[in-house]
Design a protein. Structure first.
Length: 173
């Protein structure tokens, strides 16, 4: 890896010939790699210095709340199209709730919350109740949801989830 980054060439396994490459590597982490190198937690400081050419620091979502409305609209559009649903919008109250959330899971958490709300909210406006509901396995599935996604069975999905949980529990017990 170091040679590929430094010399822009690789040697395939079992070959004695090198091949020139032209690649750019983008890496992402939620850690401060410079601190990790200093603490000897990042095993290869040579790799760090080869990767640290143009660092881009993107603060966590909780430090850039102004991005939340744009991200919410993007994820609503993405997940309604992905699931073949009519366009939806978020209510002002629901958006306020999202703006006030601490976002420990960052943007991934926001996307998952919106994806779930798009699926379980039967109306065209996402309301606060569908943003942070109890887990599906702990509540009754509304009749309106049985037709939300064509061909999708909530009962089967929940049973498959339970079967998978049981299997993983057995494997790692």
């Amino acid at each position: 890896m170091l040679r590929a980054l430094q010399e822009n060439e690789i040697r395939p396994l079992g070959s004695n010939q090198t091949i020139k490459i032209d690649v750019r590597v983008i890496v992402a982490t939620n850690k401060d790699l410079q601190k990790e190198v200093d603490r000897k937690n990042f095993r290869d400081d040579d790799l760090f210095y080869r990767l640290d050419v143009v660092p881009i620091v993107l603060p966590p979502l909780r430090q850039r709340r102004e991005d939340i409305p744009l991200l919410v609209n993007h994820f609503i559009n993405k997940h309604t199209k992905l699931n073949g649903l009519e366009p939806k919008r978020i209510s002002p109250t629901a958006l306020r709730l999202l703006m006030d959330h601490p976002w420990p899971g960052n943007v991934r958490e926001l996307e998952n919350i919106i994806a779930r709300a798009v699926l379980i909210n039967p109306s065209r406006e996402i309301d606060p109740d569908t943003l942070f509901p109890a887990p599906l396995a702990q509540r009754e599935i509304p009749a309106s949801l049985h037709q939300t996604v064509k061909g999708f069975s909530w009962t089967t999905a929940l049973q498959n989830t339970q079967d998978l949980t049981d299997l993983l529990s057995t494997m790692f017990a």
